[in-house]
Design a protein around this ligand. Structure first.
Ligand code: NAD
Length: 266
């Protein structure tokens, strides 16, 4: 059941979609959650494909995000390091009510696994148990060498940039360093993907939040859950390809709707 997709409407506790989602959640004990960029927009981080998304506004940015461009173009790498520096030096992003509602779900013993496509670490910052989080697209807390796969803290690499290295190479092998995120064209970490797929198969409720559900292979978790007969709740401002298969689709701002569903709204 879908409501009018107006994300600016405040969450209406009488919204039948919210009531239906609450009832499904009340019956579930192994909830698997998949979050996308939409859960973090209310923390000030733009998504890619939403109406105000980075790629919606600048389609060429999608091409620049490909790993082949990063490997082959030193200017792109220099720009990426400057961007990482600006992000690190700006006030830290704070988790919002959507992230906190998921912490509450976990505190009640209902959360099986939190699969996130986000690289922003805001589920960690909110207090979700790191052992329950699968960051399928990596994260920005570390850098990784594209040649020897050595990892190091992002903060150390940024210190080198501040000291004048515009594109710091790997200290072990001289290879190209990049944030430990998965760019387009890069393989996902097999163990993370397997864990996400296994969790989707074990769920007794699947909750997809703030994602267009169009990035594969992660979006494959949704049909995996559906094939096991698991009910699907979608919380997203815009339609997704899986809306027709969902038990309930809840529109609206995640930071308002999710607390209303979990029952943490004041
Ligand atoms: P997406 O950009 O493809 O889609 C986000 C969806 O969230 C859109 O459908 C949009 O309508 C919806 N949305 C945005 N704000 C919302 C709000 N406040 N309330 C309700 N709905 C809202 O996101 P995706 O499917 O996660 O895919 C983008 C990829 O880019 C991901 O794989 C991720 O790795 C990466 N990414 C991550 C971040 C981050 O870490 N915060 C930000 C941008 C992109």
């Amino acid at each position: 059941m879908a409501n009018d997709p107006d994300p600016t409407d405040p969450a209406d506790p009488a919204d039948p979609a919210i009531a239906e989602a609450r009832a499904l959640l009340a019956d579930a004990s192994d909830v698997v959650v998949l979050t996308g960029a939409g859960i973090s927009t209310e923390s000030g981080i733009p998504d890619f494909r939403g109406p105000a998304g980075v790629w919606t506004k600048d389609p060429a940015a999608e091409k620049r995000a490909h790993i082949d461009v990063y490997r082959s173009d030193p200017d792109v790498r220099r720009g990426a390091w400057q961007q990482r520096l600006r992000t690190a030096d700006a006030p830290a992003w704070e988790p919002n009510a959507g992230h906190h509602a998921l912490v509450e779900l976990e505190r009640r013993g209902r959360l099986h696994t939190l699969i996130t496509q986000n690289i922003d670490s805001l589920h960690h910052a909110a207090g979700s148990d790191p052992d329950r989080i699968v960051e399928v697209h990596g994260h920005g807390r570390e850098v990784v060498c594209l040649a020897c796969e050595m990892r190091a803290p992002m903060a150390r690499a940024l210190d080198r940039v501040r000291a004048g290295e515009v594109d710091p190479p790997c200290r072990a092998c001289g290879g190209i360093l990049k944030a430990a995120t998965i760019s387009f064209g890069q393989n996902l970490v097999e163990a993370d993907l397997e864990r996400a797929f296994r969790a989707a198969a074990e769920a007794d409720l699947f909750l997809a939040i703030g994602s267009t559900l169009s990035v594969y292979p992660v979006a494959e978790t949704v049909p995996i859950a559906l094939r096991s007969g698991t009910p699907l709740i979608i919380v997203n401002a815009d339609p997704t390809p899986f809306d027709a298969y969902a038990e309930v689709v809840v529109r609206g701002r995640i930071g308002e709707v999710l607390p209303a569903i979990v029952g943490t709204a004041s």
